[in-house]
Design a protein around this ligand. Structure first.
Ligand code: ADP
Ligand code: MG
Length: 222
């Protein structure tokens, strides 16, 4: 089943075209890595997809409910320093529009489940400011996953993290994709740290420069 359809998309900032002629479709269960140099339009594409940037032109069709899309922005946690515990941050992920900000039994069960899955039970009552970069990123992933999305969109989630932490983070994503059929679209610089071969690579350079399996991508780079 196709869950995302992008056709002839263009987004610009005050006349500066950041992405153009972008067209591709994404099937349910796909794991898509967006690559490309800095400034190639990866973040713009993801922001346009989730509605944070206005498109000038083209079409975006999402065949799932907006509530079933979770987005983890670039550099989302690097500077965070306000008084909140990991649990408080994670729980905000279940809040939906037009819903009172109270948590029900189901929400608490989802919280337990996600903490087990991401092995973060020992840090849930810690202040977010006390956590390491890798722990913060897991907390943000838990926040994105607690509402049980069908589509997870991540923008360079491991920038600034060391190689071991990065690999562990990608292992979690791999598992979610393989075992739960979660559809993933992720901008990344570190394809080499991802073990799965079942990855579709889309390379941006304002336009789509390459779209195919990671094995083909690795071949053509040599
Ligand atoms: P990437 O995520 O691949 O590094 P971006 O989508 O952030 O690329 O940027 C694409 C282009 O759009 C770049 O030329 C960048 O300078 C420009 N750009 C991105 N965000 C803004 C913004 N908020 N205002 C003006 N220009 C921007
Ligand atoms: Mg970016």
């Amino acid at each position: 089943m196709e869950i995302v359809r992008i056709k002839d998309l263009r987004t610009s900032y005050n006349g500066h075209i950041a992405i153009k002629n972008v067209s591709f479709n994404i099937e349910k269960g796909e794991y898509v890595c967006l690559v490309g140099e800095n400034g190639s339009g990866k973040s713009t594409l993801l922001k346009t997809l989730v509605g944070l940037n206005k498109k000038d032109n083209g079409e975006i069709i999402l065949n799932i409910e907006p509530d079933k899309v979770s987005y983890l922005a670039q550099n989302n946690m690097t500077e965070i320093n306000f008084p909140a515990t990991a649990k408080e941050i994670i729980m905000t992920g279940v809040q939906k529009h037009k819903k009172l900000p109270f948590y029900n039994k189901e929400d608490h069960e989802a919280f337990e489940e996600i903490c087990n899955e991401l092995s973060i039970k020992s840090i849930i009552n810690k202040q977010i400011s006390e956590l390491s970069g890798g722990q913060r990123q897991r907390v943000m992933l838990a926040r994105a996953l607690i509402r049980k999305p069908e589509l997870l969109i991540l923008d360079e989630p491991c920038s600034g993290l060391d190689s071991i932490i990065t690999k562990e983070f990608y292992k979690i994503l791999d598992k979610l994709n393989k075992e739960k059929g979660l559809t993933i679209i992720m901008a990344t610089h570190d394809l080499n740290e991802i073990e799965s071969e079942n990855i579709r690579v889309i390379c941006m350079a304002t336009v789509v420069k390459f779209d195919g399996n990671v094995i083909e991508w690795n071949k053509q780079e040599k």
